[in-house]
Write a protein that binds this ligand. Structure first.
Ligand code: KG4
Ligand code: ZN
Length: 379
């Protein structure tokens, strides 16, 4: 049995967790910076780094205490190397390096996106499900990413091929921006998720860009001849803005913003009391369009690449309608689909410790001079 202490600080959550042998979650602590960034309507990188500095030591101590472990008793450390905000990543990396050096323990550097994929695997193993049929198609859908990866296993390691990504905004980013422009605060995903059930999803018609050709962002790369399934969500955000303008919704939005600002932690009833039918319909129609696009493109990719299993992970995987639609459509296609539980869908360190386990077994340790890679890709 080996215990890995994972540390995650790529964006706005300071997190630490202990995972046993890649399959048992022993502790999972997440300090959210929600209150710090909320007044700005989005993550402020400078403030995020400062908050990580404040939180990292107590969060790690708490994760060890809850796991009944100590700095000395864990077998290895794991930390997110990227992608993410450089200043935020550096806090976790510097602390993990210092611990590794002082304790003489190996350190594993983990790609945050691989972490999201391993969150699914960790929980399936914990439930006793050790059978994963390859190839796996993983949709990583969060505030920073909307990526489709084909995953295969080589030995104990996983290898990845990207077959689609967003050309502009990530899906979570679109949820956040639409919520902000409707005066619903930050982060937008969870609010839109809960409000959508109270509106009519077919009230407003949106169309989302359909892109199915070689990646124009990478003209120097030879085409593989294989189809790509790219996403684009900046158009729908603009369409929501246009709807707001043409339907004269701005005064109601300003009133809502002012009312919600006066409530420390608004509840569903507070949002509902400040949303008219038109807003609820708009929110619900926006969510329906994004969900349909994510589900239909992922299932089309699954068909084209003959995959055996679907993983859906990342912050937006917490969305109720997304889960329901994936379950429905995947069942129709005869494909098993797995999600992490909601606490492991959004950023956490358990996924980092879990993804580190195969690298720990392979003794794939980080050299002490590695640094943050804000645009790190997954291979
Ligand atoms: O994975 P995550 O915690 O951080 C990143 O790596 O980006 O994802 C955060 C994103 C935010 O954009 C947030 O609005 C979105 O996930 N999100 C949701 C839901 N919960 C979080 N989006 C839709 N529905 C939700 N229930
Ligand atoms: Zn994430």
């Amino acid at each position: 049995m080996s215990y890995i202490l994972g540390i995650e600080s790529s964006c706005d959550e300071t997190a630490a967790a202990v995972v046993r042998s890649g399959e048992q979650l022993v502790s999972n602590v997440v300090a959210s910076q929600f209150a710090t960034h909320q007044p700005y309507g989005g993550v402020v990188p400078e403030l995020a780094s400062r908050e990580h500095l404040r939180a990292i030591v107590p969060v790690v101590r708490q994760a060890l205490a809850e796991a009944q472990q100590t700095y000395e008793s864990v077998d290895a450390l794991a930390v997110t190397q990227g992608p993410g905000l450089t200043g935020s990543l550096l806090v976790g990396i510097s602390y993990a390096k210092a611990l590794s050096y002082a304790l003489g323990k190996p350190l594993v550097a983990v790609n945050h996106l691989e972490g999201h994929i391993h969150a699914v695997l960790l929980e399936e193993r914990q439930k006793g499900n050790h059978v994963v049929n390859f190839p796996v198609l993983a949709l990583v859908v969060s505030g920073g990413h909307t990526h489709l990866y084909l995953a295969e296993q080589r030995g104990s390691a996983w290898v990845y091929q990207n077959i689609g990504h967003t050309r502009d905004d990530a899906a979570g980013e679109a949820f956040d921006k639409v919520a902000k422009l409707l005066g619903l605060g930050y982060p937008g995903g969870p609010v839109i998720d809960r409000l959508s059930a109270h509106g009519r999803p077919s009230a407003v018609k949106f169309s989302i860009a359909q892109i199915k050709h070689p990646d124009r962002n990478d003209p120097n790369k030879p085409s593989t001849g294989l189809p790509r399934f790219d996403f684009s969500y900046s158009g729908i955000k603009t369409a929501v803005l246009r709807h707001v303008e043409t339907h004269g919704m701005k005064p109601a939005i300003a009133a809502r913003q002012a009312a919600l600002r006066g409530i420390t932690k608004p509840k569903l009833e507070d949002y509902l009391a400040n949303c008219d039918r038109e807003t609820l319909d708009l929110v619900s129609s926006f969510q329906r369009s994004v969900v349909q696009d994510l589900v239909s493109k992922t299932l089309a990719a699954a068909r084209d690449y003959n995959v055996e299993t679907l993983f859906v992970t990342g912050g937006v995987a917490a969305n109720n309608e997304l889960r329901q639609q994936f379950e429905l459509q995947a069942a129709k296609a005869g494909l098993p689909v797995y999600f992490p539980t909601r606490p492991l869908s959004t950023d956490n360190a358990a996924m980092i410790a879990a993804a580190a386990y195969p690298k720990f077994l392979a003794k794939d340790f980080a050299a002490m001079d590695f640094s943050a890679e804000s645009g790190m890709s997954l291979r």
